[in-house]
Design a binder for this molecule. Structure first.
Ligand code: GEK
Ligand code: PPY
Length: 240
């Protein structure tokens, strides 16, 4: 399904939410909106092949329709692995469960319709936050990362993908503009780009790469790095 949600003028533009209409078009929306998205999904599979250990749990927090889970499941060859996907949008969770059932796998997957702030994380070899932390209130981010750190086994990995902001306003504006050029090249109109930007203003609070790195170190991660960046989007790894 093609994303045309912001194509007509909207008189009272509310805050962006992950409702039924967004869930319906989500794969098209994220693919056309996030530079590097497919590369990151592929790399999550590669990281899973490397980091997931036997008899451990893998968490995809904010799993949407399960693209990350599928990539993980295709690449894990260990036994006794359980994948737990969490999303608090019921329309996403329904589609995620349906999508995963369409593929056969020996690895059990449990999709929870829950707030990621309330989910227990334990015996984890890998935790994925693929463009999810940016939707949590900034004051809740440290506590979530602490719980992730505590639930990870030694040498466990966190994959943290985010939209970033930059302290240098010249660079910040340039990268935002390049992102808009990317969206225009993917068929979104000026109106779609600007209405979506407004809808996201209150719900997506971006941090700088430095803030992310400092916070990851603060919760205890000994190794952190940005492994991918395209314009103002990127992905980091943190290893316990
Ligand atoms: N507090 C919360 N608790 C649970 N879920 C939440 C919360 N806040 C937001 N979400 C969920 O986090 C997801 C963010 S999308 C992730 C893409 C996916 N990882 C992908 O790789 O395709 C990113 C984007 O749309 O830019 C949505 O499905 C929300 O319902
Ligand atoms: O579309 C945008 O401008 C974004 O920042 C990415 C995005 C993708 C999907 C849902 C919300 C935000």
């Amino acid at each position: 399904m093609k994303d045309t949600l912001f194509s007509a003028p909207i008189e009272k533009l509310g805050d962006f939410t992950f409702d039924e209409s967004v869930a319906e078009v989500f794969p098209d929306m994220i693919q056309r909106s996030v530079p590097g998205y497919s590369n990151i999904i592929t790399a999550i599979g590669m990281l899973a092949a490397r980091f997931v250990t036997s008899n451990s749990n893998v968490y995809d927090l904010g799993c949407s329709r399960g693209a990350g889970i599928l990539s993980i499941r295709r690449n894990v060859d260990k036994t006794g692995v359980q994948i737990i996907g969490v999303d608090n949008s019921q329309p996403m969770v329904e589609r995620c469960r349906r999508h995963l059932e369409a593929f056969h796998s020996a690895i059990p997957v449990n999709i929870l319709c829950e707030d990621i702030r309330n989910v227990q994380i334990q015996n984890a070899s890998m935790v994925v936050l693929n463009f999810t932390l940016q939707f949590l209130p900034p004051d809740d981010r440290l506590a979530l990362l602490e719980r992730i750190y505590n639930g990870l086994n030694p040498n466990g990995v966190l994959v943290l993908s985010e939209k970033f902001r930059f302290d240098d306003s010249h660079i910040n504006e340039l990268l935002i503009d390049l992102h808009h050029t990317f969206k225009r090249a993917n068929g979104y109109s000026e109106l779609e780009v600007s209405q979506k930007r407004t809808a996201l203003e209150n719900v997506m609070r971006t941090d700088t790469i430095e803030i992310h790195k400092t916070r990851l170190a603060q919760v205890g991660f000994s190794h952190t790095e940005l492994w991918f960046q395209c314009f103002n989007f990127g992905s980091m790894i943190a290893i316990k």
